[in-house]
Design a protein around this ligand. Structure first.
Ligand code: SAH
Length: 246
């Protein structure tokens, strides 16, 4: 289960935070680390702060864009102290997030994404997330150091996994219907965009229509089967539009 959970750090500025995050992960049984565009990596400071978790740092994958880091994931949770105006499903209790994520991670890859030290995750990066999670903290000073935020959420995942192993009543069943990966969702959104444009539906560029629809699908969490029905429907609309306007 924990091996299906990937920690993604976006554009980390201080290499020490990469090492400290790796250590936080390993203490909680996690090992899959992906770095998106780190400022300085590999770096001695990262290795030094990893203490006994150098293996997590050495085996980290590095990508240029967040989309590549999460393409195969069916659930992508952005950690952010601040609520944005994107209507993403939001966990304000990390233990609820952990229970949900552990259930999904029984069969599919999931990612927990952390932002930059200075300005967190951009809105564009949050658009690649299916959910957002916030760690409750002092309302006047609620932003944790990056590695400490990684520690808190990894702890919750570890505890949630222990709970599912220990209590029969809490044993979560794997989902009956598999969720689509981010890559499959991205293909669906491209298809939707193309059809809406072709049939003349996207007439008001400022209405944020597509953003609202993305949020709707993020909340609904369609299964792979449901997504393929929607794609079939879009293809039928596309064909009809072509037949009427050859
Ligand atoms: N200055 C940034 C926050 C940087 S802290 C901002 O204002 O957004 C670095 C990262 O740690 C954040 O991007 C987030 O992923 C995580 N983090 C810090 N505090 C958090 C909190 N209270 N809840 C969830 N994630 C948090």
């Amino acid at each position: 289960m924990l091996s299906n959970i990937r920690i993604v750090l976006v554009q980390t500025f201080h290499p020490g935070n990469i090492g400290a995050s790796a250590r936080a992960m390993k203490t909680m049984g996690l090992s899959q680390l992906t770095l998106v565009n780190p400022r300085c990596f590999p770096d001695e400071e990262a290795t030094r702060l990893a203490a006994g978790a150098e293996d997590v740092v050495i085996n980290a994958s590095v990508t240029n864009a967040m989309a590549d880091a999460v393409a195969d994931c069916v659930q992508v949770i952005g950690a952010s102290a601040r609520l944005r105006n994107l209507p993403l499903p939001h966990f304000d209790e990390p233990d609820r997030m952990a229970e949900d994520t552990i259930t999904v991670a029984r069969s599919e890859p999931v990612a927990l994404v952390f932002g930059r030290e200075r300005f967190g995750l951009t809105n564009d990066e949050l658009r690649h997330c299916t959910h957002q999670v916030s760690i409750p903290a002092n309302p006047d000073y609620g932003i944790l150091n990056l590695a400490q935020a990684v520690q808190v959420l990894c702890y919750e995942l570890f505890r949630a996994q222990q709970r599912t192993q220990q209590t029969h009543t809490h044993q979560a069943l794997p989902r009956q219907t598999p969720l689509p990966s981010q890559e499959q969702l991205a293909h669906f959104y491209e298809h939707l965009h193309r059809v809406m444009k072709d049939v003349g539906f996207l007439t008001q560029p400022h209405a944020r229509t597509e953003e609202h629809l993305h949020a709707l699908f993020a909340r609904a969490q369609p299964s792979r089967k449901e997504l393929s029905i929607l794609r079939g429907f879009l293809s039928a609309v596309e064909k009809k539009a072509q037949d009427t306007n050859p």
